[in-house]
Design a protein around this ligand. Structure first.
Ligand code: ZN
Length: 348
């Protein structure tokens, strides 16, 4: 998948970590550190002052001493990207049924628009989501490939996307990279760091670890570094938060229309449900003995009304019935649903 990303194509999966560590007895729990090595500090000036700590500030011990207020240690963050109207019309009623709140990453110029294939949310929809406690965050102005832009274009896409939301009364502190691209590009990350506290990307593993490096105590053997930029091809950091994108077609994606081209693997709804269960439960290995060190972030895009995906050529489509089944699974298994804004940067 990394290979496909280097070729400017889209990744199928995401998710990752940076450094948070949490002792669930604490209130709030300190999740850990994102460290930047001295040579990187020199290289990436905007980040030079930060040794960041990350907290999950909504997790508090309850009266029974159960840190999450539920019967299990399991947590999840639900994301929706790209401002599709069907997130509001199809997914929100299901979220409401289970009392879940989600994080929506908006593409400012797409809001209030409509094409032959897609209708996007209106500012009124977004205001309604925000009012009801959902988290609204930034995903650029036009959803470009950030790696291909000049400095001034980056300033516009990243900085203006924050201002655009501010103009609508929303103070976004978290950014998501379109196509999961740019998290390993210092020029991009420097500009992101001017406007945002955290940024989410798409990588190859499904968990975001809340701690990293030497202090991980073996929790994340594939995450030995806390650096913000790649170190031995491994990256962790508050500007490279990982996630898993829900895609029913895997392969090389066209940069033009996000369709799979060439060798593509298709998954039906029951196979996708199995994948989902595997992803959200992958934290079990790490979140033991009342502590939480890893969080899965699942990203949805288009929630379509079709009963199955036989005719869907778009990898990010998910049917309403499968989305409902996944939310029911989270509910029935005691998952605590967090927002991206529950992950806060605590720089010192
Ligand atoms: Zn996107």
């Amino acid at each position: 998948m990394r290979k496909t990303r280097r070729h400017g194509l889209i990744l199928s999966i995401i998710c990752l970590p940076f450094s948070l560590m949490i002792a669930l007895h604490a209130s709030p729990a300190v999740l850990g550190k994102v460290l930047i090595s001295p040579n990187e500090i020199e290289k990436y000036s905007n980040l030079s002052t930060s040794v960041a700590h990350i907290k999950v500030h909504t997790i508090n011990a309850n009266e029974n001493g159960s840190p999450l207020g539920v019967d299990s240690n399991r947590v999840i963050v639900i994301n929706f990207d790209d401002s599709y109207k069907n997130q509001f019309t199809n997914a929100k009623p299901i979220l409401d049924r289970y009392g879940f709140k989600a994080t929506f990453f908006e593409v400012c110029d797409w809001i209030n628009s409509k094409s032959e294939d897609d209708e996007m949310m209106t500012w009124k929809d977004i205001a309604e989501l925000y009012k009801q406690g959902h988290d609204i965050e930034a995903h650029t102005m036009t959803h470009p490939h950030l790696d291909k832009l000049s400095s001034s274009e980056l300033e516009y896409e990243i900085g203006q996307s924050k201002r655009c939301l501010l103009d609508h009364g929303i103070n976004s502190t978290i950014f998501a990279y379109p196509y999961g691209e740019g998290w390993d590009n210092p020029e991009v990350v420097n500009i992101v760091s001017k406007y945002f506290d955290l940024a989410r990307t798409n990588r190859d593993t499904p968990l975001t670890f809340l701690n990293c490096g030497d202090t991980m105590g073996g929790y994340a053997p594939d995450q030995p570094s806390c650096s913000t930029y790649p170190d031995n091809d491994i990256l962790v950091g508050r500007y490279a938060i990982n996630s898993w994108s829900h895609r029913h077609i895997e392969g090389d994606y066209s940069t033009a229309d996000q369709r799979c081209e060439g060798a593509c693997t298709y998954y039906n709804n029951s196979q996708m449900f199995e994948k989902f269960v595997e992803v959200v439960n992958s934290q079990d290995k790490y979140n033991t003995n009342g502590s939480m060190v890893a969080i899965p972030i699942v990203v949805y895009h288009t929630i379509v009304s079709d009963h199955d995906l036989t005719n869907s050529k778009r990898p990010v489509d998910i049917t309403v019935n499968l989305f409902e089944e996944e939310m029911r699974y989270l509910h029935d298994n005691g998952f605590k649903v967090l927002l991206m804004s529950d992950l806060i940067n605590d720089s010192i």
